[in-house]
Ligand binder design. Structure first.
Ligand code: PA5
Length: 353
């Protein structure tokens, strides 16, 4: 496919995922405003925060978790299950996040949090989650609907960041959000459809991933969530298999698995995500790992974060991965927007008593 033909790209993208991606900076601006202006009453003095959600609605929880790890005095945990961990109680703040508002695991975890007397907030476009929150008097943040959950990362994540700030668990993230918005506006000029492949990193990555299996390596505490995000976006947008792992853990197991099956390993396209805040020993690990396994796999490409703040750096990498996954979809002749297997699974589950 000619990734530089706007006409071909638009034809292959009937759901308009490229357009939604282009608007990510504006989405982030609006999402931050929604979070900072939301009217709610919550106590203070939490011992921990739990974000409960799945898929595209959970990744914002991981962004919050990694952000808070170096900024907040209390831990943030992400729950992708029907039940919450045993520690959840009256001194826990639980964010129940579901774009549709109808994801059964999230609704079940919502009920669990209520039963344990946790302080709660729901973030959703509507659905049963909004209904339950209204019924129960739980603070509710309504975000705009009409796009795919995974394309709504700003709406799903930034209101939780704003609320964390407002209940005193985090310092002012406003300047980081402003920097992120400006950086994404700059980056879309480089990554968007009108930017030619010979200077468009996302198109080049899609070309590398085509007919290969992307394996994304991030690092604990910095790019780990981004690595998971790239994998998820390739799965859901491109309908293609992809994997992720994190340094330093992968140096203690996965690295050993690069011997067999030797011929198949050549089909792996490895990405090393890097960030200036990576631990110095992790930086060394990236280099050493490249030297040790570089000949065994298809190729290794390093993609470095841009920007100053932690938030901007994370989103700079997310934007590259989001665009690459959409271009890869279009190269495969796949519409990035529908996720028919997820829909079919949810339907079958709802019929399954
Ligand atoms: O991106 C997607 O469509 C999925 O990963 C959904 O986010 C996931 O199935 C959960 O649905 P929801 O976000 O509506 O809670």
């Amino acid at each position: 496919m000619n990734l530089d033909s706007i006409e071909e790209l638009n034809q292959a993208d009937p759901g308009g995922m490229l357009r939604v991606l282009w608007n990510l900076p504006e989405q982030c601006e609006e999402a931050w405003r929604i979070g900072t202006e939301a009217v709610f009453e919550l106590p203070t003095g939490f011992d921990q925060v739990v974000v409960t959600g799945l898929g595209g609605s959970a990744i914002g929880g991981d962004l919050l978790r990694v952000y808070a790890t170096s900024e907040a005095a209390v831990p943030v945990l992400v729950n992708r299950d029907y039940r919450l961990p045993a520690f959840v109680g009256p001194r826990t703040l639980v964010f129940a996040v579901s774009y549709s508002g109808n994801t059964e695991e999230t609704l079940s975890a919502y009920d669990d949090a209520r039963a344990r007397g946790a302080s709660m907030m729901a973030v959703t476009t509507g659905g049963q989650l909004a209904e339950r929150a209204r019924r129960d008097g739980v603070p509710l943040v309504i975000i705009p609907g009409g796009i795919s959950p995974r394309a709504a990362s700003g709406y799903l994540f930034l209101p939780t960041l704003a609320v964390m700030q407002r209940v005193g668990l985090l310092g002012d993230a406003g300047p980081s959000v402003a920097e992120t918005v400006n950086l994404l506006k700059e980056m879309r000029e480089e990554l968007g459809p009108q930017s030619p492949e010979n200077r468009n990193l996302a198109k080049q990555l899609a070309r590398r991933f085509f007919q290969r299996i992307p394996v994304i390596y991030g690092s604990s505490g910095t790019t780990e969530t981004v690595a998971m995000r790239w994998k998820g976006q390739i799965n859901e947008n491109s309908k293609a298999m992809a994997y992720f792992n994190v340094f330093p853990e992968l140096n203690h197991n996965e690295i050993v698995g690069t011997e067999k099956p030797a011929a198949k390993l050549k089909d792996l396209e490895l990405i090393f995500l890097s960030d200036p805040a990576d631990h110095p020993r992790v930086k060394a690990r990236l280099e050493i790992t490249r030297g040790l396994i570089g000949e065994r796999v298809g190729a290794i490409t390093e993609v470095a974060a841009r920007g100053g703040s932690k938030l901007a750096r994370a989103y700079s990498l997310i934007y590259v991965g989001d665009y690459a996954s959409v271009y890869l979809a279009l190269m495969y002749g796949i519409d990035p927007t529908p996720v028919k297997l997820i829909d079919a699974l949810k339907k079958r589950l709802s019929d399954f008593q």
